[in-house]
Design a protein around this ligand. Structure first.
Ligand code: FAD
Length: 385
């Protein structure tokens, strides 16, 4: 059996690693010559960590992950703590801890695990053709590749999605802009072992530790889509959006490097239940594009990879049957994650300001129990308990 994997991001590399571990021949084709991830870092929640453990990256991941033991929300003007609690009850319940990691390092770990020289870079798929017993991907250099199945891990702008669904999907603007990057840890901004989030005015400023004494930071601001992006004004823009916010936030803005700070307009796609067509499977953002509000997009891609490989390995009724079983296992799970993230997004970013204000009030009486039990439920919905 030969699988063609389109896309060498988180989803594509995890799928290729998973299939390879079961002895399935894989070939990965990636559009760009060098992968430059869109964001600075990513939080891998225990459901994603378990998938990477399962795929043989347990020790490597621990080297990259930040030590995130506590969680705190702070009020935006004075920086007073609204709630602070240990993440240990979550870790105890689910059996693994979360790891925030720098994206470039995650990508490197995945490519090294699979075999960097086995990925064909600069191969952009233009279209695919499937028949009863094979699938062919055509590239923009005029070449093609044929296999027994094709895994479309070509991201949120997937061109293979339309072939599978039979219609074009729209990306939906979620209403806010996210700036993110990495900065050296400064404990006068936030503790080094804590996920700290300042909230107010429907905006947020968040810091998570990653390895190498760095914070992954992000700023969210509800804004119209399509405003000009200019690296030279990043600091001024953030100072304007966060005028009157507490001293640690001002300090963070003064310490970021505008040249390496990313600006992303956040989108998702209305969930759909069809993830496969014949011998083609959508995996990762091509099959489910979510806002990052519960940090589950990449984790879901890791889950997809594990489930798809297991379906191919454990069933003997043929590829199409295995892919249908993959769809059956994944469609409700990923729909749930996208909709949960959308709901969280709206509350966090002031879609209805009264609801957001109530959330700020609720945070003042939060012991950690409600937040951690919500996270627990999401995490335990994954394929590896
Ligand atoms: P991608 O990472 O987009 O990879 C797709 C790959 O396919 C790319 O390398 C691309 O070049 C290639 N490609 C595209 N078109 C073609 C083509 N035609 N031919 C060949 N190759 C092609 N998730 C989490 O789990 N935790 C988080 O904390 C988190 N935070 C996030 C923060 C932000 C600001 C954003 C935007 C997302 C966040 N996510 C997070 C989501 C996560 O980044 C994505 O879900 C994840 O990257 C999806 O991986 P993927 O492989 O499906 O797609």
């Amino acid at each position: 059996m030969k699988a063609i994997v389109i896309g060498g991001g988180i989803g594509g590399t995890c799928a290729a690693i998973a299939l390879k571990r079961f002895g399935i021949e894989t070939a990965v084709y990636e559009a760009v010559k060098e992968i430059k991830p869109v964001g600075a870092a990513i939080s891998i929640w225990p459901n994603g960590v378990k998938c990477l453990n399962y795929l043989g990256m347990k020790d490597a991941l621990r080297q990259l992950g930040g030590n995130m033991r506590f969680m705190a929300y702070k009020e935006y003007q004075q920086g007073q703590t609204m709630t602070r609690f240990s993440m240990d009850p979550l870790i105890q319940s689910v059996g693994e801890q979360p790891y925030p990691v720098a994206r470039a390092e995650l990508q490197s770990m995945l490519l090294d695990t699979y075999g960097r020289d086995q990925v064909q870079f600069g191969k952009r798929v233009t279209h695919v053709e499937d028949s009863a017993d094979s699938v062919t991907a055509w590239f923009d250099d005029g070449t093609s590749a044929t296999g027994d199945l094709l895994i479309a891990a070509d991201g949120t702008h997937s061109i293979i999605r339309q072939h599978v669904l039979g219609y074009a999907t729209e990306r939906r603007y979620a209403g806010y802009v996210n700036w993110n990057g990495l900065v050296e840890i400064d404990e006068s901004i936030a503790p080094a072992d804590q996920w700290t989030t300042f909230v107010g005015e429907g905006k947020r400023v968040s810091l998570m530790p990653v390895s190498g004494n760095r914070f992954y930071f992000f700023f969210d601001v509800p804004l119209p889509k399509g405003l000009p992006q200019d690296r030279t004004t990043v600091r001024d823009d953030l100072q304007g959006y966060f005028a009157g916010w507490a001293e640690p936030v001002q300090k963070l803005i003064s310490q970021i490097d505008p040249q390496t700070t990313n600006r992303v307009e956040i989108h998702d796609i209305e969930p759909f239940m069809q993830l496969v067509k014949g011998r083609i499977a959508l995996l990762g953002d091509s099959g489910h594009s979510t806002t990052p509000d519960i940090g589950q997009g990449g984790c879901a891609a890791m889950e997809d990879a594990v489930v798809l490989a297991n379906m191919l390995q454990t069933n003997s009724l043929g590829i199409e049957d295995a892919l249908l079983r993959y769809q059956e296992k994944r469609a409700y799970r990923v729909k749930d994650l996208v909709l949960k993230a959308r709901k969280r997004c709206d509350v966090t970013h002031g879609k209805e300001m009264a609801v957001t204000e109530q959330w700020y009030e609720d945070l003042k009486t939060e012991t950690g129990e409600r937040i951690l039990s919500g996270m627990c439920e999401t995490i335990l919905g994954g394929p590896l308990e």
